[in-house]
Write a protein that binds this ligand. Structure first.
Ligand SMILES: Nc1nc2c(ncn2[C@@H]2O[C@H](COP(=O)(O)OP(=O)(O)OP(=O)(O)O)[C@@H](O)[C@H]2O)c(=O)[nH]1
Ligand SMILES: [Mg+2]
Ligand SMILES: [Zn+2]
Length: 303
């Protein structure tokens, strides 16, 4: 019986214990070996033939560079995708942008050390980006205006996606899947194939799918997330999500300053003189509180 590892592969879709992996030039449905294994889109895995024709048995999930996760309803966290090099946050005039959600995606990218790219889609509806987006651009984030309807900006967006794993995130309806259809040749074909495969499995509606960008990179579509909050297990790390706060934190009087009520806080001083926007500071405090509340809930359930 052949039992040699066929090397490593990348998970391009996962549905519970099942999913699809991409190895060299082939896509294979897989089954995880053992109940303890967990794999998400972007995971690198080792595999062997399962014995069922054309099916892989995933024997191990390799250590992750990073993972995008959000809190689940039980105080734990749910992994959405792994090994991301770029998180592209999609915003559009319609549905009305919620910049607090955008900030939390940006914070997630900063914390997981992925590059963060902002996309102003549906610019056929409104070519003038909101002032909040200009402010984010001034902080150093690239903003690419696009229209999945007219094709404007698609070539530029494709150029700005690297050979790693990029993921499109954003509110439901901003146009993530429409952009993928413009950027990837057989996006609809793959989506159809995967939904056929996933009928055997469960959790089909929450699946992320990684498409081949053709430049060695993968592009992950994700289901719209209503209210994303990054999982932060150490509240002092919250500030890492806000580049303008990190830039000033070492001038605060206290090394462990949370920039809320402490005296001689360089961050609060910058908010007062207008160097840090009130909205972004408010956004930071909200995320700090959300993280504290989640950790307190976890503490209570442990007792
Ligand atoms: N005018 C205009 N409409 C667009 C554009 N991009 C997407 N749409 C429309 O916006 C709607 C939502 O697009 P989707 O691509 O399904 O959005 P999504 O972000 O994938 O949504 P979820 O999968 O629910 O998270 C569809 O009716 C699209 O036709 C655009 O650039 N301009
Ligand atoms: Mg979609
Ligand atoms: Zn401070």
């Amino acid at each position: 019986m052949p039992h040699s590892s066929t090397g490593t592969a990348t998970v391009i879709a996962s549905y519970g214990q099942r999913g699809v992996l991409h190895a060299d030039d082939i896509r294979l449905p897989y089954l995880l070996k053992g109940r303890k294994l967990r794999a998400v889109c972007g995971d690198r895995v080792t595999w062997i033939p399962s014995g069922n024709d054309g099916e892989a048995l995933v024997t191990a999930v390799l250590a992750r560079d990073n993972v995008l996760e959000r809190p689940d309803s039980r105080g734990g966290s749910e992994a959405l995708a792994a090994n991301l090099t770029t998180l592209a946050v999609i915003l559009a005039p319609e549905p009305a942008p919620d910049f607090f959600i955008a900030d939390r995606f940006i914070a997630a990218a900063e914390i997981m050390q992925a590059r963060c790219l902002l996309v102003w889609n549906k610019n056929d509806l409104s070519g003038v980006p909101p002032t909040e987006l200009d402010a984010l651009q001034k902080l150093g984030y690239d903003v690419v205006p696009t229209s999945a309807t007219t094709g404007v900006g698609i070539a530029e967006l494709r150029r700005s996606l690297d050979a790693g794993i990029s993921m499109l995130v954003g509110q439901s309806g901003v146009g993530k899947s429409s952009l993928i259809n413009q950027l990837v040749e057989d996006a609809n074909v793959l989506t159809g194939q995967l939904s056929d495969i996933s009928r055997e499995g469960r959790h089909t509606t929450t699946a992320s799918i990684a498409h081949d960008l053709g430049n060695g990179g993968l592009l992950v579509d994700s289901p719209g997330i209503r209210d994303f909050v990054p999982t932060i297990n150490d509240v002092s790390k919250t500030q890492i999500g806000y580049t303008e706060i990190v830039a000033r934190a070492d001038q605060c009087r206290f090394a462990d300053c949370q920039h809320t009520r402490e005296p001689n806080c360089a961050v609060r001083a910058a908010v007062e003189n207008g160097d840090i926007s009130e909205r972004r500071y408010e956004s930071y405090k909200r995320l700090l509180n959300l993280s504290k509340q989640r950790l307190q809930r976890m503490e209570r359930t442990r007792q």
